[in-house]
Design a protein around this ligand. Structure first.
Ligand SMILES: *Cc1c(COP(=O)(O)O)cnc(C)c1O
Length: 491
């Protein structure tokens, strides 16, 4: 299908056709238009990213879908085609095995298809009379997601969030309320220097004292440093936030040791496992998260190592009663008499009111793959990263950052960068990344991390989340990087 076949034809479009609700009948035709646009856009792009850099992308995108508010509408088909085509042609496409910069996963087809259902039915998860079945599905799924973390506990629970940022915010909110109930000093949060920025921001939003930052030599929180920090915080209510899968390096804090130190000081532990949480699906990899069960709450995302379209976040808590501070009554959503008459009360399961049924795509994915399928897919990503690391180690023109491979993240840089002084070396690393972006050939991340000598250096970052990437994909990627580091690309 070509652009030309989408020319508006006012003669055949009913004036009010665009205002049709999303019935299966109305959607079937538009869905096929959207899928055509996805295919045409991907073909026009021809790689993981549109070539040409920001200005060319902006010009092309505007040509395909501006003006966004025409005086007279184009009709549904042309509008869907134009917007979808523009979005696809100009996408950073995580389904391309060379799009590996961020914790930005290729969404599974099964999840995307189920997400269409969420859009079409539009259940809103804030009251039973908007989401009778979706509420049940959420109850079943959150019970399973809570079990994944807290298998041994009598009554764990989990809520669905928009992602790690919201999960961390809610975790800190619940901890603040527990501290407030003791009537003493305000909650002191302690975070690793390796923690995600959302933890510090949550403390700021919640009006908590500035978090104490704990040393992370080698990228992991030091139990001895935590011990000293807690001794200095002296006695007030404290929440230690550890990380299982750091954003820059995919490293996992020593959870059993940190849990023990926190316990000695009477502090609580929250684990931000936004990245690493899904390791729990795998019997082989779950031991890497040993100790996580000591946490009072755990953040994990399924739109990273869980292949969901954004958003799919989880906050698991060790006991359902820990969610009580979220309880809230609004007469129009969950009046007491309705609740007494047996209508389930959903409002207390989020800080949001209207809420998308993100659980539908999660439910479809978990049923499609099963626990073992989730495990195998996580293992594929982890194993691919180990292979990639070995390939870097064997490559004469590249150097891997020494140390363990973090979950599915590998840091490396051209050996040529090491031969230069620090500043010029970092500039070479940055230039290689930008050149590949501008060519639309590869989307690599960057990470500025301290080396053993205490100096910060810039690294190329690869975050492997592709469920089907192969050794050949990775070889091609290494070849690209090595070529770019050697000098300007041949004309
Ligand atoms: C991605 C990430 C977050 C933020 O999660 P969002 O889903 O982007 O809101 C928080 N913590 C860690 C460790 C992360 O990797």
């Amino acid at each position: 299908m070509t652009d030309a076949s989408r020319t508006p034809d006012a003669g055949t479009v009913r004036a009010d056709a665009v205002a049709d609700p999303a019935t299966p009948y109305a959607l079937r035709r538009l869905t096929s238009v959207a899928l055509d646009a996805l295919a045409d856009g991907a073909a026009a792009r021809g790689g993981p990213l549109p070539a040409g850099g920001p200005e060319q992308v902006a010009a092309r995108t505007r040509a395909l879908c501006a003006p966004v508010l025409p005086e007279e509408g184009l009709g549904a088909e042309d509008a869907v085609y134009g917007v979808a085509r523009a979005a696809a042609e100009g996408a950073a496409d995580p389904s391309d095995p060379h799009c590996v910069a961020h914790l930005h996963c290729p969404p599974l087809a099964v999840a995307a298809a189920a997400d269409l259902v969420a859009s079409a039915l539009n259940p809103s998860m804030d009251s039973w009379d908007q989401a009778p079945a979706a509420a049940v599905i959420e109850e079943e799924v959150t019970a399973a997601l809570a079990q994944l973390v807290y298998a041994g506990r009598p009554d764990p629970d989990a809520v669905v969030t928009s992602g790690g940022t919201e999960s961390n915010l809610v975790a800190l909110l619940l901890a603040r309320e527990r501290a407030r109930a003791t009537g003493g000093r305000p909650l002191q949060v302690l975070v690793g220097a390796n923690a995600h920025h959302s933890v510090r921001r949550a403390a700021w939003m919640l009006g908590l004292p500035t978090p104490v930052v704990v040393d992370c030599p080698g990228g992991r929180m030091s139990p001895a440093a935590l011990d000293r920090a807690l001794a200095e915080a002296a006695g007030g209510p404290a929440l230690v936030v550890a990380t299982a899968g750091t954003t820059d390096e995919g490293l996992i804090d020593p959870l059993p040791e940190l849990a023990a130190v926190a316990r000695e000081h009477g502090a609580e532990l929250h684990v931000d496992a936004a990245y690493g949480g899904p390791l729990l699906f795998s019997e082989r990899l779950a031991p890497r998260l040993a100790g996580i069960e000591h946490a009072v709450s755990v953040t994990y995302d399924l739109h990273k190592l869980g292949w969901q379209p954004v958003a799919a976040g989880v906050l698991a808590v060790a006991d359902a009663a820990l969610l009580e501070p979220l309880a809230l009554t609004a007469d129009y959503l969950n009046a007491d008499d309705d609740t007494e008459a047996g209508l389930p009360d959903l409002l207390g399961r989020s800080i949001r009111t209207s809420r998308r049924p993100d659980v539908l795509k999660i439910a479809a994915t978990l049923r499609a793959l099963g626990r073992r399928g989730m495990a195998r897919t996580v293992e594929h990503c982890v194993d691919t990263a180990a292979e990639f690391a070995r390939a870097v180690d064997e490559h004469p023109a590249l150097r891997r950052r020494p140390g363990d491979v973090g979950i599915s993240t590998v840091l490396f840089r051209p050996a040529a960068a090491d031969a230069l002084d620090d500043e010029a070396g970092d500039a070479l690393v940055a230039a290689v990344r930008r050149e590949l972006l501008a060519e639309g050939r590869a989307v690599l991340g960057r990470a500025l991390v301290a080396d053993g000598d205490g100096r910060q250096r810039l690294w190329l970052k690869v975050t492997l989340l592709h469920p089907r990437s192969t050794a050949a994909d990775l070889d091609a990627l290494l070849k690209l990087v090595a070529e770019r580091a050697e000098g300007p690309s041949p004309a």
